[in-house]
Design a protein around this ligand. Structure first.
Ligand SMILES: [Zn+2]
Ligand SMILES: [Zn+2]
Length: 360
């Protein structure tokens, strides 16, 4: 049986091992993809530190943000736009919902399908083995929709589109139009926050205000379209931060606040929102109490999880078509080799890097 090398979590909090993992035979419609780049995400670190939800079976190949080239097929396949795929095409691919549960078929909210497959937490000692992205190859199940990566988009940015950026696109999809007079506050200056900053600016916000830390991330926020930034390590008082937003919005508060930092930022974010405004909470839904002193009147609260296949497409199209306006590759902070996966994971866990990429 053929094998390839992959970064495997065998025990929580212990160094990952580079192991040989079987390359499976392809089911009809499945693809085998040779990974070019895999970015890491906060979820990979959480999953390394301990079980997430009820999926606690190890060993797993870490990583869920892959970009690669098609190595092999079983049968003809087309991409999400109906174009025929061929070997060597550079692609990313969507998650798979079951299609038949209440959320998939009645509510039409497949991102909360309980039977949804995703990457980076499937056992790698059973078929189809290769469902984590820090690996020389990945198995792409037949149900996945395939998105071709435009030549102008780097593999690192495309990999980040496979989780971080498509989730942001899903958020903007739910949010709806941004009007020309509206001010958007972004809570967070990591890859999601900075990508969200660019989209807000591009979608026509009058002003985009990004809060985050440390300073070097906020420098990227400015390049991504933030009209003004606030360093939360320097301005440590929540009242001062709220006042900063009010000063920028004629005392009303922002029309839209987008949270891409942590659940702990929600209560403060709500104080920055005007009455009647829209609060978009990206990646929420975790555990923990959010103590809110007061809610703006007539506000809308939106939460978003993951993305639908079209959001993968929207993310790469945004990267391709807005590349002259925003320096997307500045968000990919450091590059590692497969053998350096432990350095990359530690650097991420210690907040030394924003968005590490493993290049193959
Ligand atoms: Zn992710
Ligand atoms: Zn379902």
């Amino acid at each position: 049986m053929h094998e390839c090398r992959a970064a495997v979590i065998t025990e929580h909090n212990k160094p990952l091992e580079i192991q040989k993992v079987p390359i499976p035979d392809l089911e009809p419609g499945a693809l085998l993809v040779k990974i070019v780049a895999s970015t890491l995400c906060g979820t990979d670190v959480h999953r390394w530190h301990g079980p997430l939800g009820n999926s606690d079976s190890l060993p797993i190949i870490t990583g869920h943000e892959p970009c690669g080239v098609i190595e092999d097929f079983n049968g003809e396949r087309t991409d999400i736009l109906g174009n025929k795929l061929k070997r060597g095409d550079r692609v990313i691919w969507s998650y798979v919902a079951c299609g038949s549960c209440y959320y998939c078929s009645v509510a039409m909210q497949p991102c909360i399908c309980r039977g949804r497959a995703s990457w980076g937490h499937n056992r790698c000692d059973e078929f189809p083995y290769l469902l984590g992205s820090v690996s020389e190859f990945m198995y792409v199940p037949p149900e996945c929709l395939i998105i071709k990566v435009p030549d102008e988009v780097s593999s690192g940015s495309a990999a980040a589109a496979a989780c971080a950026y498509r989730t942001v696109m899903h958020g903007y999809d739910m949010l709806g139009a941004i009007k020309d007079h509206e001010t958007v506050v972004i809570q967070g200056s990591g890859p999601l926050g900075n990508f969200a900053t660019a989209v807000a600016k591009d979608h026509g916000a009058k002003k985009v205000l990004t809060l985050g830390a440390p300073g070097h991330r906020l420098e990227v926020s400015k390049k991504m379209g933030a009209d003004d930034v606030l360093n939360i390590q320097e301005v440590t008082d929540a009242q001062d931060r709220k006042d900063w937003v009010k000063d920028h919005t004629d005392g009303r508060g922002a029309d839209i606040v987008i949270q891409v930092a942590t659940n702990a930022a929600v209560a403060e974010g709500l104080t920055m929102l005007r009455d009647g405004g829209r609060y978009l909470d990206i990646g929420a839904g975790g555990k923990g109490t959010i103590a809110v002193e007061s809610m703006p009147q007539e506000m809308t609260y939106l939460t978003v999880r993951s993305g639908e296949p079209r959001h993968w497409l929207q993310a790469v199209e945004f990267l391709a078509s807005r590349r002259d306006r925003f320096p997307f590759d500045d968000m990919i902070s450091k590059s590692y080799k497969l053998e350096e996966v432990n350095e990359a994971m530690s650097a991420m866990a210690n907040f030394e890097v924003v968005k590490p990429v493993i290049n193959f």
